[in-house]
Design a protein around this ligand. Structure first.
Ligand code: HPA
Length: 266
């Protein structure tokens, strides 16, 4: 089914609500679906081509409504490259978001920090990324549109809105470069050191393919990382998915406050 058909189906189900921005929620961050007002929920399993978001800590529903007065489509869960080896696994959701009329997408994730000043429980505005996975969601895409310009991939105006929001909130919003590793294993300490030398401030297993797809589709992008741990080798703490979910849950309220403060600036 094409994205236009999916958007039509969604609009028939929910009565044609406007959508201005999509929010893709990362591991342990799916609580944001609960703050959507006037919410209409559709399970991914009802939407052909949507992934089965099979990772614990994700909520595979599309929730359309308003947050802070902004028309949002919240993707409660994402699928990852490491689940099936398909870098374009989020292509249909991104295309559907565009077909619903959105101009922008806000991508969120949990990440490991490479900056000692950015401790677990901190949030980072993503200003750029490193694709260290070797994968790309546009491989096989025909035509010249695949040669996507990635300068200002993280939209300067949306980044400015995120900074204003955090300032108004009185919360420290760190900034930095996110490096995408394929996962699903966590990085080795040597890989984390390498990423740091190359200019990364945080490491994770998601988001970058969605940024590439969004820019391909002409959607503006803003991205936030919720820091759940220091990168491998930084400290003695054991890194695990359980820890990712636990710290993400603990810092969820501050994370949600940052997203809401960003939305208030739009
Ligand atoms: N590495 C990769 N992905 C992650 C991490 C990490 O340290 N923490 C949360 N997601």
């Amino acid at each position: 089914m094409s994205a236009d058909h999916l958007a039509q189906l969604i609009n028939e189900r929910i009565g044609g609500k406007p959508v201005d921005i999509g929010l893709v929620l990362g591991s342990g961050l799916s609580g944001l679906v609960d703050v959507v007002e006037d919410a209409s929920t559709i399970a991914y399993s009802d939407l052909e081509g949507f992934p089965h978001a099979g990772v614990s800590g994700h909520n595979p529903n599309l929730v359309i409504g308003k947050i802070e007065g902004v028309n949002v489509a919240v993707f409660g869960g994402r699928a990852h490259y490491y689940e099936h080896g398909q870098a374009d696994v989020m292509r249909v959701p991104m295309e559907t978001l565009k077909a619903l009329g959105a101009q922008s997408v806000c991508l969120t994730n949990s990440a490991g920090s490479l900056q000692t000043a950015m401790a677990p429980g901190s949030q980072m505005l993503i200003t750029d990324h490193l694709n260290l996975s070797g994968a790309n969601p546009l491989i096989g895409e025909p035509g010249d549109a695949r040669f996507v310009n990635m300068c200002d991939a993280y939209d300067p105006e949306l980044c400015a809105a995120a900074r204003r929001g955090a300032k108004e909130l009185g919360v420290d919003l760190h900034e930095g470069v996110y490096a995408w590793f394929s996962g699903p294993n966590f990085e080795t300490p040597a890989e984390v050191r390498m990423a740091g030398i190359l200019g990364a401030d945080a490491v994770g297993m998601s988001t970058v393919p969605e940024v590439i797809l969004a820019r391909f589709l002409g959607l503006k992008v803003v991205g936030f990382s919720n820091v759940t741990n220091m990168g491998a080798g930084f400290d003695e703490a054991e890194i695990s998915h359980a820890q990712t979910k636990e710290i993400a849950a603990k810092s969820a309220s501050q994370f949600q406050a940052i997203i809401k403060s960003f939305l208030r600036q739009l």
